[in-house]
Write a protein that binds this ligand. Sequence first.
Ligand code: SF4
Length: 65
Amino acid sequence: MKIRIDNKLCQGLNRCRAVLPEVISGSDDGKSGVTGDGTVPPGLEDDAQDAVDGCPFKAISIVQD
Ligand code: SF4
């Protein structure tokens, strides 16, 4: 499982970073981005879904690999 963040939709409220700091980090523009290729470590799938569900701008999506 990987996640993606749409930089155009993200408004930088940072909720997702608190939920999934292992994968989501800040970007220079104040918005959030994924670390590396966005791969979610085993065991954090539910946290990834929580990050998706918690983004008020629907900027995060899950990509099944
Ligand atoms: S919760 Fe959504 S809008 Fe807020 S920083 Fe994360 S991706 Fe961006």
